[in-house]
Design a protein around this ligand. Sequence first.
Ligand code: BEZ
Length: 211
Amino acid sequence: MALRLGDTAPDFTAQSTEGEISLYQYLGDSWGVLFSHPKDFTPVCTTELGRVAKLLPEFTKRNVKVLGLSVDSVDDHHRWKGDIEETQGTALNFPLLEDPSRKISTLYDMIHPNANDTLTVRSVFIIGPDKKIKLIITYPASTGRNFDEVLRVIDSLQLTANYQVATPVDWKDGQDVIVVPALSDEQAKAKFPKGFKAIKPYLRVTPQPNK
Ligand code: BEZ
């Protein structure tokens, strides 16, 4: 059964470039991003891993732990690390899981047989501190991901977990947000001391409440 939003992220134990990792133990109380790569020594994946390594302080600032996965062996991952450092100008500074038996790839439905029957697609799972899946994105092997977008979604997920707001199209941290329709105007007045603007009765905007 494919995983869906709100499902519990399955726990697993596997070898990685930083030794044996159990997902739940690794995440602790943090948020998590688990993302898959079709194969080692491939160009798009090489650029993605370099980008995530450079963005690691941004993930850490948001209390997010990142975890990559590629089905090839840890020995291959270690050899690939040198290429990533050489070509992307940064060392791989987070664990990359191996998955030769496809145990994790199968558990997380990362293999889409009509795309490729043995390699994973580019999956991204954002996992909350409650171990529930908060976001799933799937890209084809030929398209590198945009990890600025992953950070943007994390900002939205963390904000909307704590306030009764939603974030509009193309929203970025610091911009106005939407008051959830479930709140009456009276409730919204009490919840958002900076006030809100009703563009339509169902479209009410307020300054980002935690800024
Ligand atoms: C890549 O990461 O460059 C890649 C992997 C599989 C198919 C195509 C590209």
